[in-house]
Design a protein around this ligand. Structure first.
Ligand SMILES: NC(=O)c1ccc[n+]([C@@H]2O[C@H](COP(=O)([O-])OP(=O)(O)OC[C@H]3O[C@@H](n4cnc5c(N)ncnc54)[C@H](O)[C@@H]3O)[C@@H](O)[C@H]2O)c1
Length: 265
């Protein structure tokens, strides 16, 4: 069964073959969905995204430059997508940014206003900005689905996650409010809270090595999550199999977020 057959959508956040967005694209492509891709402006970024996407067997991919912090860039991308594709069934928001200087353990209290606001802007507000532009296209076809990528640091203190934890709390709340507003148009909005994975973005987080080291010791499944497991959960949430699920945050973290007191076994 190809559960995404006949569906098409936009994926934000493929930087290289390790990106969570690449794993998500792989799952959607495997199940027959058509993926179009955003990349950060610049030839080097375009080349890196193209290389990762082509490795998945997606030949001649549709790629478009967009800094999600720019409303103008977002308008241009959604306009170009609408001209090229007949339908928009899904949007994957797998982007985040915070100045790495403020992602060091013990530095949260010093976060300057500009660093705080830009983290929340790029990592959380952009989900609302994408949903605004996706809404008319999805509503035309009877509905659609969006997902964003979160992390446990939204709920509990994870050393070094700092302002990104604040941004992820905003992202999860944004998804819930969007789900309520867009539900009457049959547009669903969910987030996935993924376990730690070595990527460009996670290398900026001061505590990433500890997160990767501690998870196998304490998680019920005794290992770190694999990118494909997040990819397949995203596939499920974007497919009709999840038609009754909206406004939720789904943990794909080998269960580590369920452990209250970590005891070495
Ligand atoms: N890797 C992890 O451990 C982990 C865990 C949980 C959640 N996440 C989340 O998963 C998502 C993807 O991150 P990743 O780990 O795959 O890293 P990644 O570096 O591969 O992806 C981050 C993406 O954000 C994009 N981006 C940054 N600023 C942007 C802007 N202004 N406009 C448009 N795009 C911009 C980058 O180009 C890149 O493609 C992020 O939301 C991240 O917070 C990651």
């Amino acid at each position: 069964m190809s559960i995404m057959q006949g569906k098409a959508g936009l994926i934000f956040g493929v930087a290289n073959d390790r990106s969570y967005a690449t794993h998500i694209a792989e799952s959607i492509h495997r199940e027959g969905g058509v993926c179009a891709f955003q990349h950060l402006p610049g030839e080097k970024n375009e080349r890196r995204t193209a290389k990762a996407v082509e490795k998945l067997g997606i030949t001649d991919p549709w790629l478009f430059p967009c800094d999600a912090g720019s409303d103008d860039d977002l308008d241009k991308l959604f306009d170009a997508y609408a001209k090229r594709f007949k339908r928009l069934d899904f949007v994957v928001h797998s982007i985040a940014f915070a100045d790495r200087e403020w992602l060091q353990p013990g530095k949260f209290a010093d976060t300057p206003r500009a660093a705080y606001l830009s983290a929340v802007d790029i990592s959380a507000y952009t989900l609302a900005a994408m949903a605004q532009r996706a809404k008319p296209l999805m509503a035309d076809n009877g509905g659609g689905a969006l997902i964003g990528m979160s992390y446990y640091g939204s709920e509990k203190v994870v050393p070094g996650y700092n302002v990104m934890g604040v941004a992820k709390a905003a992202l999860e709340a944004t998804a819930r409010y969007l789900a309520a507003d867009l539900g009457p148009h049959n547009i669903r909005v969910n987030t996935i809270s993924g376990g730690p994975l070595r990527t460009l973005a996670s290398s900026a987080v001061g505590g990433i090595d500890k997160m990767l080291d501690q998870t196998p010791k304490h998680a019920p499944l005794k290992r770190n999550v694999e990118g494909r497991e997040v990819g397949d959960t995203a596939l499920f949430l974007l497919s009709d199999l999840a038609s009754g699920i909206t406004g939720q945050n789904i943990y794909v973290d080998c269960g580590v977020s369920t452990i209250g007191v970590a005891v070495e076994s």
